[in-house]
Design a protein around this ligand. Structure first.
Ligand code: ADP
Ligand code: MG
Length: 637
């Protein structure tokens, strides 16, 4: 027992009311955690004030300066002290905390900022004079007149200077700047009709580091355009529009194609009733929606807006208001998972345009690395261009070396080195002419076209009305097998096929135990195993759809999956993951020659099968090159 526990009879300190300054400093920690959270609160205030234009300026990652200027409704001089008081707000009257339509409502952001830094508010409402007020060391100064345009500017300098412990927790200027930028971007996505400008004034002269101009048109178009402007054109081009509803919750936005996934969860933007949130339940649902379209280390990109009656969701979970609590979380989760899956399935065999772009880039000379310092532009009329100054994948030579290249490579008109073109053709052996494939007839209008050839025993080349499609036969087949297995599993279990002679697989005792423990689950997946003497198991049946497989290799893969997943995750997700591993074993490995009708059958099945645009690991199963692109490739456009 320590003295501490028994300190009841000694000099007990009396209970006292903390002063306002101390209360504010304690509470401030929850609202203003780092510069980015101050920026978020200030920008939210500006949006709440009806601003059309918001300019954010920071210096040193926001540590020395945060300034947010807006052209909103302003604050009348006599209300300035109230704006700084804790729990003073113009946004709610306190009677209904479940019916909130503004970003703010807790009335503590400005009070908190006054407690952690040097705060100054300058404001001028329409038709009034400008006035300002300052807070230093928690002390509120006088209201003074100032000149200011219509709107409000709030400036927070030297955040946490009064709490050095807190300062130490901040990260590098770069990391804090990044976090500020992220906050501004999220809010910019939530308010498409507002112009946002972010400036960095580190070291003096402010530099503009981010800007989006106010969108016009209806909300849907404006949001789409804004998402493109913030996340990038690429994202917009590689995402599918979402519009789903479930029991009073509406989900809109854009969901990235699986082939447009990212290595980290950096492109996930979720909004609830217009408020950017970072909520684990919601991001978990997003992940679940893509779980069998992406490998574990890839993350989907998405910007999703959930809207419902304010009473359906509590935003007052945490002072920073980035977590939410749905009254019925199951509905929100189900909406995200099934809404996205359905939309992705409908997008079917689409895969990212960036894939075709990257393919062309690899072909095209002008897209090579910029060696000469000047951007390379492929032009047919350029000196040397005609005769293939092109030097393989190194690309078109840098401008400085064009002349040299020409001297070196140009045909020698009088010499014997190069015959002229016509003669060359006469000497060329007649090209092998493939007979027209009869089965191909009528398939040209199908999305994946008519199969024309198989190259290197793996690449199917198909012809469409206005382009060509190249299919990775192995990846495509793997996906089809996986989707087929999944459908069977949902229907009534994957049928197994008995092996003529059971295959005996030696395992470590712990692997053996792990597999046998799951024997029943695996049997439902068409994989029937039994204990066999010592540390071995006998494989009696494998999934019929897979045909002949190497049972030992398959067991080892299943084991990998079981130990990777541990006991976490949904049963369904884990079964899917196991099926995905098994599918790899039954696939047409590259190296198998296919007949025309087999290739066409594969293409048609891809068109019918949801998610066939990417393999089980999120890589594309095919790329499309339009004739337009091909013509550009050859400089014809
Ligand atoms: P809350 O936003 O929760 O109401 P704040 O402490 O952030 O609390 O702001 C307090 C009050 O100050 C707001 O309710 C609003 O009336 C006023 N206010 C703050 N910022 C602005 C601004 N940029 N323009 C107009 N009024 C503002
Ligand atoms: Mg506020």
């Amino acid at each position: 027992m320590t003295q501490h526990d028994h300190n009841m009879t000694g000099a007990r300190p009396a209970i006292r009311q903390l002063d306002e300054g101390a209360i504010n400093r304690i509470a401030a920690g929850e609202v203003v955690e780092r510069p980015a959270s101050a920026v978020k609160e200030l920008v939210e205030n500006a949006i709440d004030a009806g601003a059309r234009r918001i300019v954010v300026t920071i210096a040193d990652g926001g540590k020395t300066l945060i300034r947010v200027g807006d052209d909103g409704c302003g604050i009348p001089a006599e209300e300035l002290p109230l704006a700084l008081a804790r729990h003073a707000t113009s946004k709610i009257d306190g009677s209904d905390l479940l019916n909130i339509h503004s970003f703010g409502f807790r009335g503590e952001a400005l009070a908190s900022m006054g407690a952690v830094g040097r705060l100054r508010i300058q404001s001028r409402p329409e038709g009034a004079e400008g006035s300002e007020i300052e807070v230093r060391g928690g002390l509120i100064g006088e209201i003074r007149p100032c000149s200011h345009y219509h709107g409000t500017t709030v400036e927070l300098r030297d955040i946490f200077h009064a709490t050095p412990a807190r300062l130490k927790f901040l990260r590098s200027d770069r990391a804090e700047t990044q976090a500020v930028t992220d906050s501004v971007k999220r809010l910019a996505m939530a308010a498409p009709f507002v112009t946002f400008v972010l400036r960095d004034a580190t070291g003096g002269e402010p530099r503009e580091t981010f800007r989006v101009d106010a969108e016009t048109g209806d909300l849907f178009d404006a949001l789409g355009a804004r998402l493109g402007a913030v996340i990038g054109r690429d994202f917009r081009d590689n995402a599918i529009p979402i519009d789903a509803e479930r029991e009073g919750i509406v989900m809109t936005g854009l969901a990235g194609l699986p082939t447009y996934s990212r290595g980290a969860a950096v492109s996930q933007f979720l909004f609830v009733n217009g408020r950017p949130v970072r909520d684990r339940m919601l991001t978990g649902a997003l992940k679940a929606a893509y779980h069998d379209l992406l490998s574990r280390d890839r993350h989907p990109a998405a910007a999703l807006f959930l809207d419902c009656e304010p009473a359906q969701v509590d935003v007052n979970v945490h002072p920073a208001k980035t977590e939410v609590r749905f009254r019925e979380p199951g509905i929100a989760r189900g909406l995200i998972v099934s809404g996205l899956r359905q939309a992705l399935a409908e997008a079917g065999h689409r895969s990212a345009t960036t894939v075709a772009g990257a393919t062309l880039g690899a072909f095209r000379p002008e897209d090579g690395a910029d060696v000469g310092g000047e951007a390379r532009v492929y032009r047919m009329d350029r000196p040397g261009g005609r005769y293939g100054a092109w030097n393989g994948f190194g690309g078109y030579p840098a401008p400085a070396s064009v002349e040299a290249a020409r001297g070196f490579m140009a045909p020698d008109p009088g010499g014997a080195g190069f015959a002229d073109g016509a003669a060359l053709f006469e000497q060329a052996p007649a090209g092998r002419v493939e007979p027209e494939m009869p089965e191909a007839a009528g398939f040209e209008d199908a999305p994946l076209g008519a199969a024309r050839a198989q190259l290197h025993e793996n690449w199917i080349v198909a012809q469409t009305r206005d382009g060509i499609v190249i299919v990775d036969q192995h990846a495509a087949h793997e996906r089809l097998v996986y989707e087929r297995l999944k459908t069977r599993m949902r229907d009534n279990g994957v049928p197994g096929q008995a092996l003529l002679i059971p295959e005996i697989v030696e395992l470590t005792p712990s692997d053996r135990a792990m597999l046998l423990e799951r024997a029943e689950d695996l049997a439902a997946l068409g994989l029937v195993i039994e204990p066999f003497g010592g540390s071995a198991v006998a494989v009696r049946e494998t999934p019929a759809d897979l045909g002949e497989v190497d049972a030992g290799a398959m067991l080892r893969d299943v084991l990998d999956e079981l130990s990777d997943a541990g006991d976490s995750g949904l049963v369904q997700a884990r079964l899917d993951a196991i099926l995905s591993r098994m599918a790899c074993h039954g696939s047409v490995r590259s190296g198998r020659r296919m007949r025309a009708e087999e290739m066409n059958a594969l293409l048609r099945e891809m068109e019918r099968t949801p998610h066939s645009g990417q393999c089980n690991h999120g890589r594309p199963t095919f790329v499309t090159l339009s004739l337009h692109d091909i013509e550009r490739l050859f400089g014809r456009r």
